[in-house]
Design a protein around this ligand. Structure first.
Ligand code: GUN
Ligand code: ZN
Length: 431
């Protein structure tokens, strides 16, 4: 049995903060601790209380003055796009056709997929991300490489073989039947093994025929516990082309609804340009709108309307969308999301941002009983964050007096340099 006690300034969320001063939504301990036993959190709270419950002679790792929090969760990212980030394009469709659909073809090769699976998780962990929901490539082998590496590292990862059967190079397309069969095989091989979760992954309406979306809907009905992930209303030209391809649909959201895909397991990447009808349908279905701020700015896609999304009661998440996104860091992502809402006249409190990146994203994935907090009984995926990681941060920290100010400084100036330690299922990740 492995046991250790992590001492530090602990922050853990209980619910979505309703306002800047909603102190009931989180637990913060200036001298706190997390007791980790056999990969799980067995106690957390004030150091004295946790210490009283710890086995005699327990190993104590003192992370003060750093903040101990649940690891960040990235619910929308593309595993085969590490070498697509920072590609110069006018818009989404040009970026996809010029770079992305070329790069993803390389994941037909098992050795290439294995190499990038390792690089991918290295990079996520370096940035304090302990769980992600990733799109693999169209090749089953890319999902095999992804889950094999996640299993080797004992990481809780969500992923799916992308389904795409048109409007892409022939080397990057499957068929309705093969995408169904391959997804079934990925589920059989990986779902529920180690800490793996498989997601049904039709890329988006443009790259799927109605027959393929029907196959995805069949998978969703056969596996109601599985997450589904796709893209929705990211870019104006994308929306116009989608409506040409699906003339019978009321709107873009209805394309997915007609095929049984608009459910409370659905993660809708981007969800920027939505009518009131679409928002009402998404809210009623309980699907999740996944905001990808660095990607939306980088590709010039648009400004996510958080206030309207919330007014409609839609569940939310926040994600990097690497390689459309420009940073692996959830801290950088929170900063860009904040700026987008500033442009919309809506100021997001720091505690709401950190709730979203941890417990909020865990709820979006339906995994808040396992990850996203420091609650006893959950998996010990924990990070230590340093708000004084750089000279500029240390200078600003001299004037910081409250937790809110510190969190805001961390999201505004912080990045991977602020991530001082990462624990996966209670074990320290070595750099
Ligand atoms: N829409 C369909 N595929 C993609 C992708 O890979 N990235 C982004 N940002 N949007 C998409
Ligand atoms: Zn994406």
């Amino acid at each position: 049995m492995t046991a250790r006690l992590l001492r530090g300034r602990t922050l853990s969320f209980r619910s979505r903060p309703q306002a800047r001063d909603d102190h009931a939504s989180y637990v913060y301990e200036e001298d706190g601790a997390v007791l980790v036993e056999n990969g799980r959190i067995s106690a957390s709270g004030a150091y004295g209380d946790v210490m009283a419950r710890a086995p005699a002679g327990i190993e104590i790792i003192d992370h003060r003055p750093f903040l101990l929090m649940a690891g960040f969760i990235d619910p929308h990212i593309h595993f085969p796009q590490m070498q697509v980030t920072a590609s110069y394009a006018a818009n989404l469709l040009e970026w996809l056709n010029t770079y992305t659909f070329v790069e993803e073809q390389r994941f037909a090769d098992a050795a290439h997929s294995a190499r990038f699976a390792s690089l991918f998780f290295d990079e996520l962990l370096r940035h304090g991300t302990t769980t992600a929901a990733a799109y693999c490539s169209v090749h089953k082998g890319s999902a095999d490489a992804y889950f094999a590496e996640a299993s080797r590292r004992n990481l809780l990862m969500v992923g799916g073989k992308v389904m795409m059967d048109r409007n892409a190079p022939p080397a990057l397309t499957d068929t309705p039947q093969s995408s169904y069969d391959d997804t079934k095989a990925v589920i059989a091989d990986w779902h529920g093994k180690a800490r793996n979760h498989v997601a049904i992954t039709p890329r988006f309406a443009i790259t799927s025929t109605p027959e393929q979306l029907e196959a995805a809907g069949t998978l969703a009905r056969e596996h109601p516990d599985l997450l589904i992930q796709t893209h929705l209303s990211e870019n104006d030209a994308e929306i116009a082309y989608t409506l040409e391809l699906y003339p019978e649909a009321l709107d873009y959201t209805d394309v997915y609804a007609r095929h049984g895909l608009l459910t409370d397991r659905m993660l809708l990447g981007h969800a920027i340009h939505l009518s009131d009808r679409e928002m009402a349908a998404i809210a009623e279905a309980g699907s999740v709108a996944v905001h990808c701020p660095t990607s939306n700015l980088f590709l010039g896609s648009g400004l996510f309307d958080l206030k309207r999304i919330r007014q409609h009661g839609i569940r939310t998440a926040i994600a990097t969308d690497i390689g459309g996104g420009s940073s692996y860091s959830l801290l950088r992502t929170l900063d860009e999301a904040y700026k987008i809402q500033q442009l919309r006249g809506h100021r997001v409190p720091p505690i709401e941002s950190y709730w979203q990146a941890t417990l909020g994203n865990a709820e979006a994935l339906g995994l808040s009983d396992r990850i996203g907090t420091l609650e006893p009984g959950t998996d010990a995926d924990i990070i230590a964050l340093d708000a004084g990681a750089t000279p500029a941060m240390r200078i600003r920290m001299e004037t910081v007096g409250t937790l809110e100010e510190e969190l805001f400084l961390l999201q505004t100036l912080g990045d991977d340099r602020s991530v001082r330690q990462v624990y996966v299922a209670g074990e320290a990740v070595q750099d």
